[in-house]
Design a protein around this ligand. Structure first.
Ligand code: IPD
Length: 264
């Protein structure tokens, strides 16, 4: 059986190669080739090219594994599944902002055992193996602990649909008076790694898909954070909430009062 650390090593190698390709091929203003859930939910040719590269590399080394990719959907069957977001933060990629990432996680029998988030423009490769800790290069990561809600720097994000973001704006306006401040960087994967690295204290967002949070979620939990949804439910597209345990509960309880899992 392949050890989690070996999956992490392979995922990091592939995420680095995809990142190098994206940096080398990114034009001054990448062209949007398709829109998805709304006119602002964009795909570039390089999202597709990066996912194809990642799929090809996985097939070379692990031909029997399944793959779930943001652009190419689900392929293959088997106990081992790779969860791929070739560019998390595509809008940042288009605009030339630095928070976009190649995100690759590996699941064995439904459990995530390896996660790598390569925040390419920053040259930062975050990684984690189940039980093996979270790392940024050679530095072991620990999320901030003991931060009260009133002192918390909270990252969040918004969906692409008008009704959803209208509610997200309302909820955020109610959260803001209770926390230190808020940040919206533009990549859920990078936001979760920011929790792991103590660059923010918490992250919440309604909407991220499995490929957005699979790898970053493991990085955050291996750094000591709690990852989940509302009211004891697991993390999922309804809600991604992540912070050190005490703050998780405080932020959860604040959010719960604002009914954050609705869309207009
Ligand atoms: C998006 C980013 C963004 C988050 C959105 C995601 P994409 O992923 O992670 O930060 O707010 O919910 O959809 O579309 O760039 O892969």
């Amino acid at each position: 059986m392949t050890a989690p650390a070996e999956f992490t090593r392979l995922a990091a190698e592939i995420a680095r190669e995809a990142g190098e390709m994206l940096l080398a091929k990114r034009p001054a203003r990448p062209e949007v080739v398709q829109t998805k859930s709304s006119p602002t939910d964009v795909v570039t040719a390089l999202d597709r090219a990066a996912e194809e590269l990642i799929r090809a590399r996985v097939r070379e080394v692990r031909p029997d594994d399944a793959i779930l990719g943001e652009e190419g959907g689900a392929t293959g069957e088997g106990a081992v599944r790779w969860i791929v977001d070739p560019i998390d933060g595509t809008v940042n990629f288009v605009y030339g902002l630095p928070d976009w990432a190649v995100s690759i996680a590996v699941e064995v029998d439904g459990e995530i055992v390896a996660g790598v988030v390569n925040v390419v423009p920053r040259g930062e490769v975050f990684s984690a193996s189940l039980g093996g800790g979270a790392w940024l290069g050679g530095e072991r990561l620990r999320c901030n602990t003991g931060v009260p809600l009133s002192g918390a720097l909270v990252a969040t994000g918004f969906g692409y649909q008008v009704g959803r973001r209208t509610v997200q704006g309302e909820v955020l306006a109610k959260v803001l008076p209770h926390v230190r401040d808020v940040r919206r960087a533009g990549s859920a994967a990078a936001d979760l790694c920011a929790v792991a690295a103590g660059r923010v204290d918490a992250y919440y967002e309604r909407g991220p898909q499995y490929w957005d949070y699979a790898a970053g979620g493991l990085v955050a939990t291996e750094a000591g954070a709690r990852l989940g949804g509302m009211r004891g439910r697991p993390v999922g597209p309804d809600m991604t909430l992540c912070a050190a345990p005490g703050l998780f509960e405080e932020l959860h309880d604040l959010l719960a009062g604002f009914d954050p899992e609705r869309d207009e």
